[in-house]
Write a protein that binds this ligand. Structure first.
Ligand SMILES: [Fe+2]
Ligand SMILES: [Fe+2]
Length: 240
């Protein structure tokens, strides 16, 4: 068995249904897929980004996105229960959180320390189709297949959310990806403004800290912040 990040192990353990928990655990520990006699495994989920471009595009991004999404989806589930007085199947929500992007790392190739590209597999089949196919092959229940298949929503996926659990996962995923992605682009813009250069890589935590520094202390404060962290080059900088 491949060791799994302890934070993910804890989330898996919250699935009450034993059979579903085992299936989720099995796929998380071995996210490989066989097509035409070839087995595809990509990069490890611990090291993988959650997206190559828009959000969590750095090592560890996949796990960070999954943990944040878990918190968000548990809050949404609580709202549905406490405010709208409606039952939520938390097992299905957790299954969606853990598996909705499970074949993204399988479709990535690492080309530099923090650089990735889509693999030959990704050029032929998208990660969501792979996930739907493999969940069905592994005998996941229909509603568990649905939370994953509907995670991109009506506009960007094969089907929109038709259950409360699928809607929670889809909305959570959209909000969490946007929270991270918007911070990364804002921080990248701010670094460009101060240094005149494109930052090579930026983590979610760094992006939030940079936007915080600019919000609280203005452009001069941001310049100090970047300089203290050795992120200012010798290029002439013009602070607005
Ligand atoms: Fe996705
Ligand atoms: Fe996602």
């Amino acid at each position: 068995m491949i060791p799994l990040d302890s934070r993910l192990v804890r989330i898996v353990s919250r699935i009450k249904d034993r059979s579903l928990r085992r299936k989720v655990d099995g796929l998380l520990r071995n996210p490989t897929i066989k097509i035409g006699g070839r087995s595809f495994s990509g990069i490890s989920i611990e090291k993988s980004p959650a997206s190559i471009r828009h959000h969590h595009n750095y090592p560890g991004g996949f796990v960070e996105h999954t943990i944040a999404l878990y918190e968000l989806c548990m809050s949404l589930s609580r709202i549905v229960r406490r405010i709208y007085k409606c039952k939520v199947n938390t097992d299905l929500v957790i299954c969606g959180v853990l598996l909705h992007d499970i074949f993204k790392p399988t479709t990535y190739e690492q080309i530099g320390e923090r650089e990735y590209r889509r693999s030959t597999l990704a050029e032929r089949v998208d990660h969501l189709t792979l996930a739907s196919a493999e969940l069905i092959r592994r005998g996941f229940p229909l509603d568990a297949v649905h939370v994953v298949t509907a995670s991109h929503g009506q506009q960007y996926g094969p089907i929109g959310p038709m259950t409360i659990e699928a809607l929670i996962c889809h909305l959570g995923d959209y909000a969490e990806a946007k929270l991270n992605g918007d911070m990364l682009s804002a921080a990248r813009f701010m670094i460009r403004e101060v240094t005149g250069e494109e930052p090579l890589t930026l983590s979610g935590k760094e992006a939030f800290a940079i936007v915080r520094a600019k919000t609280d202390r203005g452009w001069d404060g941001l310049k100090d912040y970047l300089s203290n962290r050795g992120m200012l080059t010798n290029r002439k900088v013009q602070v607005r």
